[in-house]
Design a protein around this ligand. Structure first.
Ligand code: UT7
Length: 325
């Protein structure tokens, strides 16, 4: 058994259609829904998001991100012995998007499953993969966050439809003699189901309830700021580290105000906060690996750096992972 797991490659993919706030405002105006570039930027930091074409699925986006991550790790799909996909917008009710992705990668046999923890999905998936590597069940895991949130947006609800986008990010996590993942801290509190949910479900061949995203933004905002600090502090304590050990803070990219508030509470300078929400919007389970990959490819995150990844979202779920690159 190998004592540690470490990220050896990152990758990401955005669908080509970039929709600016002004593009979206024009589309919404045609429906009688009023919004503005100024409101969206001031309240969220978002300037644009990417939307997938109608026939593109989460596993399609995940496949591109996975290919980039494998290439960066110097691995081929044949080396992968575990696939975990974090998504809330799977291709089908079942089978899992992970099984579909496995087939698209041209491999078979290894375990493949989805993790459903909404915007915390990637930190949940990374924690599961880390545990499976540490117990010897896997040696080379592909951990993917992939979403087509545009499918579940209510474009008559300006309080939510301006916030989200589509995309995918992936990492290759391998057994390692050197420490990579240092600690993790995951939580859920199901009494808050109603503040962020897609209540519709399939029954008797029909969709019952509304299959569109509903969010009480202010309730989510307040909870998010509190729990993100708690999870990060718990991770630091478990690893015997302190806030000044964090080289890069990569929180879930939902709202620049939440992200900056969290950085301030953790005393992480804003220059060490990785921000992609301006160009991606909130891509749910994809947002953290997308931001990580941009930070790696942009030359910010380097080998040996200490990273704090943090997720928060529907469930209510939240969690953090502290790691060395
Ligand atoms: O991914 C999971 C995690 N999700 C999050 O972290 C989201 C957390 N919540 C938020 O980011 C913020 O609460 C929002 C961005 C969703 C909303 O920002 P806010 O500062 O809490 O605004 P608000 O809901 O208090 O709304 C302020 C005003 C309202 O008008 P009145 O009632 O003051 O007249 C809204 O109707 O802004 C109005 N408004 C808009 N105006 C223009 C709401 N959405 C829009 C819009 N365009 N798109």
């Amino acid at each position: 058994m190998t004592p540690f797991s470490r990220i050896t490659g990152t990758g990401s993919f955005l669908p080509p259609r970039r929709v600016t706030n002004n593009d979206l405002a024009r589309e919404l105006a045609a429906r009688g829904v009023e919004t503005s570039d100024q409101w969206i930027i001031e309240r969220t930091g978002i300037r644009a998001r990417h939307f997938a074409e109608p026939d593109v699925t989460s596993s399609d986006l995940g496949l591109e991100a996975a290919r980039h991550a494998l290439e960066a790790a110097g691995r081929s799909a044949a080396d992968v012995d575990l696939i975990i996909v974090a998504t809330s917008t799977p291709d089908m009710v079942f089978p899992s998007s992970a099984a579909i992705l496995q087939n698209k990668l041209g491999i078979s046999g290894c375990p493949a499953f989805d993790v459903q923890a909404v915007c915390s999905g990637f930190v949940y998936a990374l924690t599961v993969a880390d545990a499976m590597i540490k117990t010897g069940s896997a040696k080379c895991a592909l951990v993917v966050g992939a979403e087509v949130f545009s499918r579940i947006l209510d474009f008559n609800d300006r309080t939510t439809c301006v916030l989200f986008g589509d995309g995918a990010g992936a990492v290759v996590l391998e057994a390692s003699a050197e420490p990579g993942i240092l600690s993790s801290d995951l939580h859920a509190d199901g009494k808050h189901v109603g503040i962020l949910c897609v209540p519709g479900h399939v029954s008797g061949g029909q969709v019952l309830g509304t299959p569109l995203l509903h969010m009480d933004g202010q309730a989510v905002f307040k909870l998010a700021v509190r729990v993100l600090e708690e999870a990060a502090r718990a991770c630091l304590q478990k690893a015997g580290k302190v806030d000044t050990d964090i080289d890069w803070l990569i929180p879930h990219q939902a709202n620049i105000r939440i992200m900056q508030g969290t950085a301030k509470k953790l005393k992480v300078p804003l220059e060490k906060l990785v921000v992609t929400v301006n160009e991606h919007g909130n891509t749910s389970a994809a947002s953290i690996p997308l931001a990580l990959d941009e930070a790696v490819r942009g030359g910010k995150v380097k080998k040996g750096d200490t990273l704090m990844l943090e997720g928060v979202g529907g469930g209510f779920t939240w969690g953090a992972v502290l790691l060395n690159m």
